[in-house]
Design a binder for this molecule. Sequence first.
Ligand code: PLP
Length: 415
Amino acid sequence: MKNVIGARCTVCGNLIEATPNITVCPRCGGIMDIEYDYDYIRAKLTPYDLMDCDDFSMWRYKAFLPVEGKSTLPKLRVGWSPFYKAGRLGEVLGLKNLYIKDDGINPTSSLKDRASAMAVVKAEEAGKSIIACSSTGNAASSLAGNAAAAGLKTYIFVPERAPKGKVAQLMMFGATVISVQGSYEDTFRLSAEAIDRWGWYNRNAAINPYLMEGKKTVALEIAEQLHFQMPDYVAISVGDGCTIAGVWKGFKDLYAAGFINKLPRLIAVQASGCCPINTAAAAHTTEWTPQPENTLADSIAVGVPRNPLKAIRAIEESNGIPVNVSDEEILAAMRLLGRTSGVFAEPAGATGTAGVKKAVEMGLIDKDASVVTVVTGNGLKDVNNAIKAAGEPISIPGEMDRLLEAFEKKGDPHR
Ligand SMILES: *Cc1c(COP(=O)(O)O)cnc(C)c1O
């Protein structure tokens, strides 16, 4: 990998060779970060080259990614998700320049596919045929899907509370699924022990620094889809903190390679019932405290985050805004995205948008500001909460009289 200098520890600064199966710092146990040679990247790729690139997936940014020249890239099409100017949603929120990046449109319907695709490449480079992870749900289903497409086996640990849609995906993709009767923390601990014992490739969030490199491609796409004219803000929901850290890394990479001349501010959105990262970020400290996992947004119900340092630094460095939203605000944002934009988000997928709404209401962002809200996961993943947000349909026998009656009761103006 001529574009990669090595992996540097985010805690002690130790620089090591970026071999395929590195995890945490061998010296202090800190989380590693992949470091690039930006002069090399600049010579290899320019914004003009991208205009001619016919690879409409995350791999169009190979020059910015830690993949060996000879590695076979996955066949599932991950990335290059839709990017919309959200006029009607913007009107409702009072923003003139609002955009939606819909990452629910990925092969397994979440942004996690960007990390899992990278994990599959790295596992193959490392000569491993089994990959394992623990996850609140989406990392699991995306790993299972991306591994299935590459012919690799998976062992997946999920907490018992994982929504049915996500577990159904896991089973469909042929994963061996261990449903742990306990919290996400218990699940993570058991998976770590099993990975150690059997030597599987480790796709656990944060621990494996390559995953974030996959996730950063969402930022590269946002930049390119805006013709490298950067927005003022990018809003993203936060659980473990890998996604927001990845988004920030992506923008910083583009800046360092001279693709963009401005960095956006991050709007970090957590659920008020579980917001350890935002609590620390708001106090401008990296000292965080565990919290109960008290939100219906299962993908971000992370009381003990795995990547707090990178996430808090990303918020701090970007002069970001931490915003917490209630479950009711999340459900309302799901309805809003659906009704104004035809975008169906799972609770954590709509949390970024709920945060934008709240930040405008609190006067934290200007109405003229340009804002990108990232929808991180699709609503079909969690049908129970979708019904909770949107309500039940009109249920009647198949007779016109009953229909008239029902419309009368509802006062429907469209009939
Ligand atoms: C994982 C996930 C997040 C948060 O990502 P972290 O890296 O855990 O912060 C947000 N939304 C969805 C849908 C997710 O699956």
